[in-house]
Design a protein around this ligand. Sequence first.
Ligand SMILES: NC(=O)C1=CN([C@@H]2O[C@H](COP(=O)(O)OP(=O)(O)OC[C@H]3O[C@@H](n4cnc5c(N)ncnc54)[C@H](OP(=O)(O)O)[C@@H]3O)[C@@H](O)[C@H]2O)C=CC1
Ligand SMILES: CC(=O)[C@@H](O)[C@H](O)COP(=O)(O)O
Ligand SMILES: [Mn+2]
Length: 382
Amino acid sequence: MKKISLLGATGSVGTQTLAILREHPDQFALAAMAFGENIQTALPFIHEFKPDLVAVKNKQVADRLKIQLDSSTRLVYGIEGMIEAAVHPDSDLLINAVLGSIGLEPTLAAIEAGKTIGLANKETLVTAGHIVMKRSKKLGVPILPVDSEHSAIFQSMQGQDRSAISRIIITASGGSFRDKTRDELAGVTVKDALNHPNWSMGAKITIDSATMMNKGLEIIEAHWLFDLPYEKIDTLIHRESIVHSLVEYADHSVIAQLGCPSMLVPIQYALTYPSRLTLKQTKTLNLSEIGSLHFQKMDTHRFPCVSLAYHAGKTGGSMPTVLNAANEAAVQAFLAGKIAFLDIERYVERALTNHHVIKDPDLKTIEAVDKETRAFVKEQIN
Ligand SMILES: NC(=O)C1=CN([C@@H]2O[C@H](COP(=O)(O)OP(=O)(O)OC[C@H]3O[C@@H](n4cnc5c(N)ncnc54)[C@H](OP(=O)(O)O)[C@@H]3O)[C@@H](O)[C@H]2O)C=CC1
Ligand SMILES: CC(=O)[C@@H](O)[C@H](O)COP(=O)(O)O
Ligand SMILES: [Mn+2]
């Protein structure tokens, strides 16, 4: 029986994690969960999985939830509460599926507490990959990818000679607007942007897919997770999202992981690694029914966010923190109807240009840069 701490329990990855726990009650139990403010979604989960500890965003949410819970559930709040959930003494594994760079501190706390981490929260690695990976390596704490492409790469590396990897190829669906020209992007709506062709995900990552910033974040995430230079990280547009990513070796052998698009598979692999369990909730891949798969070179003119991410990643230091924070702030503004779709990349670029890079930033510096960047973007928008 593995005991799990789950951050972001009410979100897309969080609820799918709970669906896996529900399918295998003999294998998993929920020790602690954290969410933001969606009490309506969380309450049935609390009753069903009976975690010892529940963490919420702030005191107001905690007060509202408290009157609906019995005294057997401990209730905490704020970032300290989320950290308490991440390091719960009973838990063997943390699934970090919270949204945004707020996931960084709980990740670091879990590493210090020696908890294996299944990481969906890619912003953590983008914003402070050097700190996270240094501590996890030093303490021997595994960080298992949950992001579908990184899970595919991880699965394609099992039993292989990692020193013989010549490159990894991260696939990209192209997102909601993949068939639109740049001119056609000028007037797109939030509703259109949220209509991803292959994946049903939270709002922020769906917008990231449409701008292709998701691939940019994933390039930086892969750099840290697999300790590969940016020159060995490629992207490829693959509209069906069946080939989840590929690894090419020195002998030109290419190993990939395939499957119908479902986050249940990478989530479960992180939960069971290195074993595998049955998964009734996913479809069998039937390639003869699909017939053909399509691949297309990444177009960085059409999708400039990929170039912005390579630039930030290769520059290093505090630059990826700026990329992430500016993107989080700009996407939030787009979702709130305050800026246009193409403004997202403009504000990110402006924030990168405005920033004087700080080498090897510590946690405090990263938190300060994150805050300043969000303020910069907000000020520019206003
Ligand atoms: N969705 C997907 O298929 C994939 C997602 N990812 C990554 O996984 C992470 C989660 O994505 P996704 O599930 O789509 O996101 P969602 O928006 O669906 O869920 C986000 C979760 O984080 C919680 N949350 C947000 N802010 C806070 C806060 N301040 N304090 C506590 N909890 C908070 C939300 O709580 P509430 O809603 O209750 O306020 C919710 O539970 C992201 O980093 C994303 O990039 C990676 C690969 C695929
Ligand atoms: C499911 C998952 O891992 C997402 O990150 C997904 O990859 C988004 O799709 P695209 O970014 O390829 O559109
Ligand atoms: Mn992904």
